[in-house]
Write a protein that binds this ligand. Structure first.
Ligand code: ADP
Length: 589
């Protein structure tokens, strides 16, 4: 933990680097501001001394100069305050924006397995609330530390020069309370980290319940969701209460410190004045400096909360940034060159998560398949047999544990991911449409496509006529996650997207019973057109697709059980024949 701290701090400092001019401007202004604070009691003391020694005549003759000096000092102070508060905040906001961009870039680099392990709500928390806290601290902390330190040290030095005995007595009290604050501070570090985690849980729970709103409603499980949310909300409240308890002790300590310092001044200072070792003017100046001493001390204490919050947030930020994406371009990676579209799975072993060592639990156990170019291979078999996993390995959403997946002889791990993803097109059951228009969603397949190309893709995907019938045509907003469109329409937009991308290799996860007959037919037709001339791997759920496929592959227990045409496999009377009878005998009419 302690060995981690310097690197954490250093990576935080890195974000100041592009803003060094603002940072130093901010710092200089903060120093000048603190200087003016310190000067004020000294000026007052000079005035009082002059009054007693030279009389009011001398003061009156100098009053204009004093007035001019004060106006100048406050004008400078005003300018500095403006700079710190305006440009300091802007610097913080720019740092926050840079961190947010870095975090988002990093999220984009992660593979599926990262998202399997992390909840979206948690990832969003890191991107939004954590970073906000960090930005606040990034701006306020250096300024607060500089101003307060100058004020505290400066005030102490002046007090020491006025009367060293009294100053030492105050230093002892401050040191004792300071030590106590440090101890509370250590406890606060833990509390703030926990607090960050709890708010993240609340966000995750919210994301889950809102994301699954349809499921929640359809099962009438609002009470269950309320209870789950209530639990994370209560845990968050608990961590906040712990935080405020710690803050309470802290604030009380600050109040105690002020009280103790004043008591010392009155009692010990009174004694020193009575004993003739201090003048009344000195004692009055002292009292003025005490507030200059305690106010920044109080501010420093207040900033502990901000510092601890930011520290906890930055730690979570740094955690993501220092996680190495498990799937990335190898140093020697070359662009994939698809010549024919020949795909080969050779003795592939694969496990999700931590089961890698346990080969009995592996999802794929020596999966072996040769997929000839330009042909359609239908994967069939029992649910959980490993069909989707097989497909996910081709675009390298996950890496194999053993064996290899190759495209035209090139291992997918040795080619550049971008080129691989351009070569492999994907149509999934669960279509994801982005906020935006239908045209935006189709051109997502190739953002530089012309409108004519978008229309052409929509025609091929059997969706053009439907789109033209909408009042805004291609400019129709699809609504959040495509909520305004039916399942079949969404599917066909997704297919148009892939038509535009025009990949040489296709992976299709066929939509199942979610579609009505008419949509099913339209989707089916556009999928068949899409597959023409491309090497296609389809997870088939429908009899028609299975029959039309060039080759049928039964996948069971993470292996290929049989390979052949529909008629061959039926004649063989093995796994496929059994599966076929179970699934489709009733459908044939
Ligand atoms: P199929 O497509 O044939 O139904 P899958 O490839 O989806 O089979 O699943 C194979 C096995 O892998 C199942 O036991 C499933 O629970 C598991 N599995 C699938 N996806 C994940 C995942 N993201 N994380 C962990 N286990 C998974």
């Amino acid at each position: 933990m302690s060995s981690h701290r310097p690197t954490l701090f250093r990576s935080f400092l890195e974000y100041y680097r592009p803003h060094w001019a603002l940072f130093w401007g901010d710092t200089a202004c903060a120093i000048v501001q603190a200087g003016t604070e310190l000067a004020f009691p000294v000026i007052l003391r000079g005035l009082a001394d002059g009054l007693f020694s030279d009389g009011s005549e001398a003061i009156l003759s100098n009053l204009w100069w004093i007035c001019l000096g004060l106006v100048f000092m406050y004008a400078v102070r005003y300018g500095c305050r403006y700079f710190v508060s305006c440009w300091g905040h802007i610097m913080g906001a720019r740092m926050e924006s840079a961190m947010r961009r870095d975090l988002f870039d990093q999220y984009e680099r992660f593979s599926f397995s990262y998202f399997d392990r992390h909840n979206t709500g948690d990832l969003m928390s890191r991107l939004v609330s954590d970073l906000f806290d960090i930005a606040e601290a990034a701006h306020h902390l250096p300024e607060a530390i500089i101003v307060c330190t100058i004020e505290v040290v400066g005030a102490f030095v002046v007090m020491f020069l006025i009367n060293w005995q009294l100053a030492l007595a105050m230093a002892v009290v401050t040191a004792v309370l300071g030590y106590w604050c440090l101890r509370v501070n250590r406890r606060m570090k833990r509390i703030f980290t926990e607090n960050r985690e709890r708010i993240s849980d609340v966000n995750s729970q919210l994301e889950d319940s809102l994301g699954g709103a349809r499921v929640v409603k359809s099962f009438a499980n609002e009470d269950l969701e309320r209870a789950k949310f209530g639990r994370s909300n209560d845990a968050y409240l608990g961590s906040k209460e712990a935080m405020y308890r710690a803050m309470g002790s802290y604030q009380a300590a600050a109040a105690l410190l002020t009280g103790a310092l004043y008591t010392i001044i009155i009692v010990f200072g009174g004694y020193l004045v009575a004993a003739g070792s201090m003048t009344v003017t000195d004692l009055a100046t002292y009292a003025l400096y005490v507030s200059l001493f305690t106010t920044p001390l109080q501010t420093l204490i207040d900033f502990t909360e901000m510092f601890q919050k930011a520290r906890a947030g930055f730690k979570r930020f740094d955690e993501v940034l220092t996680t190495k994406p498990d799937i990335a371009d190898a140093p020697h990676a070359k662009p994939l060159e698809v010549t024919r579209g020949h795909v080969r799975y050779s003795d592939v072993w694969f496990s999700y998560g931590d089961d890698v060592q346990d080969t009995h639990k592996a999802v794929l156990q020596g999966f072996d398949l040769d997929i000839e170019p330009g042909r359609t291979y239908a994967l069939v078999g029992p649910s959980g047999g490993g069909k989707s996993t097989t497909c996910a390995l081709l675009p390298r959403f996950y890496d194999v544990d053993r064996g290899s997946v190759t495209i035209d002889g090139q291992d997918v791990r040795d080619v550049q991911l971008g080129s691989l993803h351009r070569a492999v097109g994907l149509v999934q059951q669960d279509v994801y449409l982005f906020n935006g228009t239908i045209a935006d969603n189709i051109s997502y397949g190739r953002p530089d496509a012309t409108f004519e190309e978008v229309v052409e893709a929509a025609r091929k995907a059997n969706i053009h006529d439907f789109v033209c019938g909408l009042p805004d045509g291609y400019e129709t907003e699809v609504g959040e996650r495509g909520g305004h469109l039916s399942g079949g329409q969404k599917q066909r937009i997704a297919i148009a997207r892939v038509f535009l991308k025009d990949p040489q290799i296709l992976v299709l996860d066929e939509a199942t019973s979610a579609l009505d007959n008419e949509s099913e037919h339209a989707v089916q037709e556009s999928l068949a057109r899409l597959a023409e001339g491309r090497t296609t791997l389809v997870i088939a759920h429908r009899l028609s697709t299975i029959k039309d496929a060039d080759v049928i592959v039964t996948v069971d227990g993470g292996r290929v059980a049989e390979v052949g045409t529909h008629d061959e496999l039926l004649a063989r009377g093995g796994t496929y024949a059994r599966y076929y009878r179970m699934q489709f005998e009733g459908d044939r009419g």
